[in-house]
Design a binder for this molecule. Structure first.
Ligand SMILES: Cc1ncc(COP(=O)(O)O)c(C=O)c1O
Length: 564
């Protein structure tokens, strides 16, 4: 009798676990442990079963596993040492390059690997015995361990080559990029919120107002007239590019013709195509944070894992505002920097960049010969008489700016997926090559809808702005009464970004809010440096939802000291 570890890969459908366990129990074999974990391969789970039995019986069971249950792969292993292994992840703070080097050396000495590099932390991954894991823990502790996750007992599959008892090779892994990045915190929070009955979500920036009727009608007509049946020109239909060129010339002060415009599959695709077209793998981007989380991961995907450099805005708590620290911006530029990126008005802070701040960014870009990428998807949503200015309107840097806009927010058209970018013709041609490979062209029907939106009356946009302004005032009033919440007045967009006293782990606290207060908001650390301890509250929903969500958030925060 020996201890065996059987590792099986199968779809974790209802009943599978029971049937696997039954195969052993029917033979009166005691199962020491049976764990199920997700794999990197979509839809396939790993079942790790530790049992004490003899080889002949185990081999019979393995054959039955293949037959009875639709197994993809099964391994059995009699190396009892395997079952005492654990897998641990240490998230370690890094405050200086010297410290980074020390941690890297430590990881090497302990045969651990660095599995993720953040701006101010590293994730060290180690598999080994409990003692190995504890020793590394005590050494990393002096650097400041922010998170520590260990698996408990696991079984690892050793090199399959040459082992007669291995029935199939280990499943291949996807690229190191996809394993490094995570689905955005906004989407993760939304998924958890959807799965928690009774939760009110103020997490996503998805307006609940309808797309204007004349836009819907135009799209219906386009379908009936057969205009939406075929691919369009990749750059977008000529009449839409013309209308966009006129709009950016008039509203944004960026003199343009259709040649400067690419119509994209949402602003998100405009940004992705721009990142791929502009950056080589070793290039750096400076992102003014807190900033839309997807910019960070998009850049990593586009550059095969390059590191964005974060320049946090300064939170002026007493003045209830955010400000650009130009000194910080200047010192973040290195010879590797290729572009500065910012969102104006900002998601999540609601900051509207002043002309003075934009001038400082423009001067910095000129001085260091950098591109500037701006995401201006919330351009029309500014409050209190603030003015939104496009940096692309500055004549002296116009050739180096890629300005991204869209209809998702302005016209409540998030589902239609139309965005657009404006850039110098030469730059636009380079970005087009990527765009063509990503999407061929945006959906034809949506392009006709966007044409109706942009060329149509401005009244709907003004109505949306007024409604968000009204909701913003409600949010500001309610948050102002809370003792433990600190925030800046949202000058634009439709988010309040609120800091809660004493929260050191905003992700854990956001989960606590869903679980105990039944309200979903997005943890600030998802938005890069400067967002830690904050929570983004989206107010693009109906008043009832906004009021109830806020009430739950404030009540919980005011009455529960954070445990995290
Ligand atoms: C700053 C910012 N940029 C881009 C997007 C995505 O826009 P689109 O729907 O046009 O892809 C969002 C969506 O929330 C956003 O907040």
């Amino acid at each position: 009798m020996k201890t065996y570890t059987v590792i099986a890969f199968a779809q974790n459908e209802p009943g599978v676990l029971y049937r696997i366990a039954n195969l052993f129990l029917r033979r009166k074999i005691t199962i020491d442990s049976l764990t199920v974990s997700e794999t990197e391969t979509h839809g396939i789970s790993r079942f790790t079963i530790v049992v004490t039995s003899d080889k002949v019986t185990i081999e019979k069971i393995v054959k039955q596993l293949y037959r009875i249950i639709e197994m993809h792969k099964v391994f059995e292993n009699e190396d009892s040492g395997l079952i005492f292994k654990e897998l641990a992840f240490y998230k370690v703070s890094v405050k200086s390059p010297v410290q980074r080097e020390e941690i890297e050396k430590l990881a090497k000495t302990f045969r651990a690997s660095i599995s993720f590099v953040g701006a101010d932390y590293l994730i060290v991954e180690k598999s080994g015995t409990e003692d190995d894991i504890s020793s590394l823990f005590s050494l990393l502790r002096s650097h400041g361990i922010r998170e520590f996750v260990r698996s408990g007992r696991i079984a690892m599959v050793k090199e399959p080559a040459g082992r007669e008892n291995v029935h199939a090779p280990v499943l291949r892994q996807p690229s190191h990029i996809t394993t490094q990045i995570e689905v955005s915190a906004i989407k993760r929070i939304q998924i958890i919120s959807d799965k928690t009955p009774g939760t009110i979500s103020l997490a996503q920036g998805k307006p609940s107002l309808p797309t204007p009727q004349h836009v819907r009608d135009t799209a219906k007509r386009a379908i009936d007239e057969g205009k939406s049946d075929a691919y369009t020109i990749g750059y977008g239909i000529p009449e839409l590019r013309e209308v966009i060129a006129k709009k950016v010339t008039r509203d944004n002060g960026i003199p343009s013709t259709a040649d400067n415009v690419i119509v994209t599959h949402g602003a998100i695709e405009a940004l992705m195509a721009t990142f791929i077209a502009l950056f080589d793998p070793d290039d750096e981007i400076v992102i003014i944070t807190p900033d839309y989380a997807s910019h960070i991961t998009q850049f990593q995907v586009a550059t095969n894992g390059s590191r964005p450099i974060f320049v946090p805005l300064r939170f002026d708590e007493s003045g209830r505002a955010w400000h650009l620290d130009t000194g910080r911006l200047e010192s973040a530029i290195s010879p590797k920097t290729k572009a500065i990126l910012f969102t104006n008005p900002s998601n999540p802070t609601g900051h509207v960049f002043t002309e003075k701040e934009l001038r400082a960014i423009a001067d910095c870009a000129k001085r260091h010969n950098l591109f500037v990428i701006t995401d201006e998807i919330y351009e029309y949503f500014v409050y209190d008489g603030k003015k939104h200015t496009s940096i692309g309107s500055f004549e002296d840097i116009r050739d180096r700016v890629v300005s991204v806009f869209g209809v998702s927010k302005s016209y409540c058209m998030t589902g239609w997926r139309i965005g657009y970018l404006v850039a110098h013709e030469k730059l636009a041609r380079e970005i087009f090559k990527v765009h063509d490979n990503l999407v061929t062209c945006p959906a034809a029907v949506s392009q006709y809808a966007a044409l109706a939106a942009i060329s149509g009356p401005k009244k709907p946009v003004e109505e949306f702005r007024r409604e968000y302004g009204r909701l913003r005032n409600i949010v500001v009033k309610e948050l102002s009464n809370a003792r433990r919440i600190h925030f800046a007045f949202p000058e634009g967009a439709y988010y309040a970004f609120a800091k809660v006293d004493g929260v050191s782990d905003d992700i854990a606290y956001a989960l606590e809010l869903i679980r105990h207060a039944h309200v979903a908001v997005v943890p600030g650390s998802a938005f890069g440096r400067g967002g830690e301890g904050f929570f983004r509250i989206s107010f693009c929903y109906g008043e009832k939802q906004v009021r109830e969500g806020l009430k739950r958030f404030i009540n919980y925060v005011e009455n529960h000291s954070p445990k995290v």
